[in-house]
Every structure is written in C-alpha cells, then in structure tokens.
Design a protein around this ligand. Structure first.
Ligand code: ATP
Ligand code: MG
Length: 148
C-alpha cells in the first residue's frame, strides 16, 4: 500500500519506546521522498526486529540511529547501534535459523528474527547486509524498491 514512511517510522519509534533500556533513544534521520508503495506489515516487522536487536545488544544510555532514505523509488533503511557487536567468526551465520553469537550468553533470544528479516527482504526483491565490530557496534542496512 501507499504510505508516508516518515509518519510510519515515527509511530514505530513511539511503539518501541517503552521496551528500550534506560537512557536509550532512537535518533531518526530522514532524507529524500517520504512516500512509497510497499507492504506495510512486512516493513513494520523488519523495523521492529532490527530496532529491538539494536536495543537488546546495546547497554543502557547507548543511542540507536535510524536513517531512512527514499530516492528514485528506492528505500534504504539503516539501523546503527554502539552495542556489543558481532564477533567476526560468528558473522557468516547470523541469518541462520536459531543461530546466536557466542557473546549473547545471558541475553534472551531465539535466533529467528534476522532469518525472518532476510526472508522478508527476499520477498520484497530487496537485500539486507550488515557491518559489525566486536564490542564496538553494528549497522544493518536493508534496501528495496517500492512497487509501481
Ligand atoms: P530473536 O529471535 O528473539 O530475534 P535473536 O535476537 O537472538 O532472537 P536474531 O535477531 O535472529 O536472533 O539475531 C541473531 C544473532 O545475531 C543474535 O543472537 C546476535 O548474536 C546477533 N545480532 C543480531 N543483531 C545484533 C546487533 N544489533 N548487535 C549484536 N549482535 C546482533
Ligand atoms: Mg532478534
């Protein structure tokens, strides 16, 4: 469906707010067009998964940056945290079902969220990638085209 992503992102951030850790904030930056045609529920699920990971794998008081851009009907979403990072040797596996990196001991999770994000991005003919450094933080990028 056709919708305003700026309004949508603001609502998702508000929804996330109560589940953030103490002192965590989501800093949202938008660039380019604000409307796109996409299956809203899918995008909602992707955003919640990535934002909740950013929160869960960061400490109190660490900010999360959400950057959204639409240009020429192409949507890019970037979610950056300053959290625990993903150890290099675990990075090849994080999209696998039930995989959890070894630095997640004591943090709850099932290892399904990213697998679902990857499947959804395939469904949208888009892609997802990430870059991460152990103990420094992680950035996830998803990209896809809006429907015509
Ligand atoms: P859930 O199914 O509840 O989402 P989960 O968060 O463990 O559980 P995924 O979201 O699929 O599962 O993430 C898989 C693994 O990738 C995590 O267990 C963690 O090791 C790593 N990971 C994902 N996002 C981050 C992040 N932002 N920072 C550090 N590690 C991350
Ligand atoms: Mg998760």
């Amino acid at each position: 469906e056709f919708f305003d992503i700026k309004q949508f992102a603001t609502a998702v951030i508000e929804q996330m707010d109560s589940s953030l850790k103490n002192g965590q904030t989501i800093r949202y930056t938008h660039r380019g067009d604000t409307t796109i045609v996409l299956v809203k529920n899918i995008l909602h699920n992707i955003l919640l998964n990535l934002l909740s990971n950013a929160s869960k794998y960061s400490c109190e008081d660490q900010p999360i940056d959400l950057y959204i851009e639409i240009a020429d009907n192409e949507l890019t979403i970037q979610i950056r945290d300053q959290g625990i990072g993903i150890p290099a040797e675990d990075q090849p596996y994080i999209f696998n079902n039930f995989f959890r990196a070894k630095n997640t001991a004591g943090i709850e999770g099932t290892g399904l969220g990213l697998h679902i994000v990857k499947r959804y991005m395939e469904l949208l003919n888009g892609c997802v990638h990430f870059s991460s450094r152990d103990k420094e933080g992680t950035v996830f990028t998803v990209r896809c085209r809006g429907r015509q």
